[in-house]
Design a binder for this molecule. Structure first.
Ligand code: PAF
Length: 295
């Protein structure tokens, strides 16, 4: 496994690999890797002859300075894990390399209605930062295929529109969320939870599963906004009443066909139920597809 920190060096190396007709799978990360990231790497390995993973804690996507400061740096452990799963190339750029003129760029990204909801609504400017770094990384790496996790569903949909709108010549894959045995979605933020808090946090997945089953069992009930609102309230209350309260920031139903939030559900169902909730100051997100997945 080779590690590059210079943009010039990795570009030279990748251009040689492309001359040799290698296909490049790319997994962008911010480090503090877990099994979720490793499953993206193994998906990339199955479909490409070389896999590149980037590790860069991107300052422009944090809207709260304290979140950026608290973000774990585990480079040594990350490199060990990547080596073990057979990653070929790791790219660890410096902040100065990525943002030579500073983080306040003239170019800004906005994604209209897609970013005025859920994560975009609660984390102002977050998707500008994500689109900025992902565009830069796509230009540097020029992958054939890039891999993202379903846990960050809205991020995936934003990047999909970025790739379409700016004609990036690559394919995107959205890979299933990897979960702990309890159902808790793997996240670098889980490192900040105690064992007891992790157990409590697994109720997020349990509630999403209950809601999904409820909808699939009696879909006709959810043609009315009242039923969706009652369901949302019941999830919010159940999570709030746990021994460590899980405070819901938002819970929304997102129509994957119309690409907008929905207040009712009708057949054919193609909806994602999306949640952000806080467990003792740690903000977690998750989602489940209901019906036929079309992304
Ligand atoms: O999902 C992440 O870890 C980040 O948002 C990404 C895509 C690596 C961009 O910094």
């Amino acid at each position: 496994m080779e590690v590059f920190r210079s943009i010039k060096d990795i570009k030279e190396h990748l251009s040689q690999l492309k001359k040799e007709k290698h296909s490049i799978g790319f997994v962008p990360t911010m480090g503090a890797l877990h099994e979720g990231h490793l499953s993206l790497v193994s998906n990339a390995k199955q479909e490409n002859s070389k896999v590149v993973v980037s590790i860069f804690v991107n300052p422009t996507q944090f809207n709260r300075e304290e979140d950026l400061l608290k973000y774990p740096n585990r480079e040594e452990e990350d490199l060990k894990m990547l080596n073990e799963v057979g990653c070929n190339i790791v790219f660890i750029p410096t902040k100065e390399g990525i943002y030579p003129s500073g983080v306040n760029t003239y170019t800004t990204f906005s994604f209209g209605s897609l970013e005025q909801i859920m994560e975009g609504k609660y984390r102002k400017g977050h998707f500008h930062g994500v689109a900025l770094i992902v565009s830069k990384l796509f230009h540097i790496i020029q992958p054939d295929t890039a891999y993202f996790g379903q846990k960050d569903l809205q991020q995936y949909l934003i990047i999909k529109s970025l790739v379409n709108d700016l004609s990036f010549p690559l394919t995107l894959r959205c890979c299933s969320t990897v979960r702990e045995e309890s159902g808790l979605a793997l996240s670098s933020r889980n490192l900040r939870l105690t064992n007891q808090e992790r157990k409590v946090a697994s109720n997020i997945y349990k509630q999403l599963t209950l809601a999904k089953n409820n909808i699939l069992e009696k879909p006709e009930t959810f043609k009315k906004p009242k039923s969706i609102n009652t369901l949302k309230k019941s999830i919010i209350n159940s999570l709030k009443q746990l021994e460590t309260p899980v405070i819901v920031e938002y819970i929304e139903f997102f129509n994957l066909e119309k690409m907008e939030l929905c207040q009712t559900i009708s057949k054919p169902i193609s909806v994602a139920i999306c949640i952000a909730a806080i467990v003792n100051e740690v903000r977690l997100i998750d989602n489940l597809f209901i019906g036929d997945k079309i992304i």
